[in-house]
Design a protein around this ligand. Structure first.
Ligand code: PGA
Length: 249
């Protein structure tokens, strides 16, 4: 099993204004005292500079929600890994289903993005998870193992990878996987990775999809759930603090 320290990630998606970012993070950090978990906040790109001063707080990290597969150059509207590093990011989310659904190309370039992020020194929060059709036809394991093979198997090791299992049918829908369903998939992911990587038992696997203050402690009890990736509830400080607390004990 990985070290017992949990990871709680906030994915703000396209919410809040740059000027609101600093007070929101300050409110969260005021209650983030016990430090038995790492906290990674991933705001929109435009908010990163306003929050980066907080990164001196131990256990608190700044992440981005995506990055370009290219190093630099004529790629209008894109953000490079170096830009994220310069703004104080230590982590980047890659493969979020909301991005995968935007274009077929996104799925194809995920391995390239992961390699570039790692080469530049960013840690990757890699998202995988099945759609409703696969879950209903009991094909969820095949769906997820195909994603792992396509996206990660070019890597020699998973040292700088955090995996977030996010069933698409549970994201932003209010419909959460049960903690047993999530635990079963996390164990499956760990087992699948062990076929290729000798230290797969050290990889942190987070659950994401409608995590709320009311259900976080159920996930926190499970052996293979090493933290959570939180969207909507991470925007409400009182709720998010409760989620952090659930993973702090
Ligand atoms: P949600 O989003 O918590 O709002 O379901 C999770 C995610 O998409 O990362």
């Amino acid at each position: 099993m990985p070290s017992s320290k949990h990871i709680v990630v906030a994915n703000w998606k396209m919410n809040k204004l740059p000027s609101q970012a600093k007070p929101l993070v300050a409110e969260i950090l005021m209650s983030y005292l016990k430090k038995n978990s790492d906290l990674i906040v991933c705001p929109p790109y435009t908010h990163l500079a306003n929050i980066s001063a907080n990164k001196i707080i131990s256990g608190f990290y700044l992440g981005a929600q995506n990055m370009s597969e290219f190093e630099s150059g004529a790629h209008t509207g894109e953000i490079s890994a170096d830009m994220l590093l310069d703004l104080g990011c230590t982590h980047v989310i890659i493969g979020h289903s909301e991005r995968r659904m935007m274009s077929e190309k996104e799925n194809i370039i995920i391995p390239q993005k992961i390699s570039l992020a790692l080469q530049k020194g960013l840690k990757v929060i890699y998202c995988c998870g099945e759609n409703l059709e696969s879950r209903e036809s009991k094909q969820e394991e095949t769906f997820v193992s195909n994603q792992l093979k396509n996206d990660l198997y070019h890597l020699e090791n998973l040292d700088k990878i955090i995996i977030a299992y996010e069933p698409i049918w549970a994201i932003g829908t209010g419909k959460t996987a049960t903690s047993d369903q999530a635990e079963a998939m996390h164990a499956f992911i760990r087992q699948t990775l062990s076929e290729k990587y000798s230290n797969s038992d050290q990889v942190k696997i987070l659950y994401g999809g409608s995590v709320k203050a009311s259900n976080a402690s159920e996930f926190a009890k499970k052996e293979n759930i090493n933290g959570v990736l939180v969207g909507g509830a991470s925007l409400i400080p009182v709720d998010f603090i409760e989620i952090i607390e659930a993973f702090n004990s």
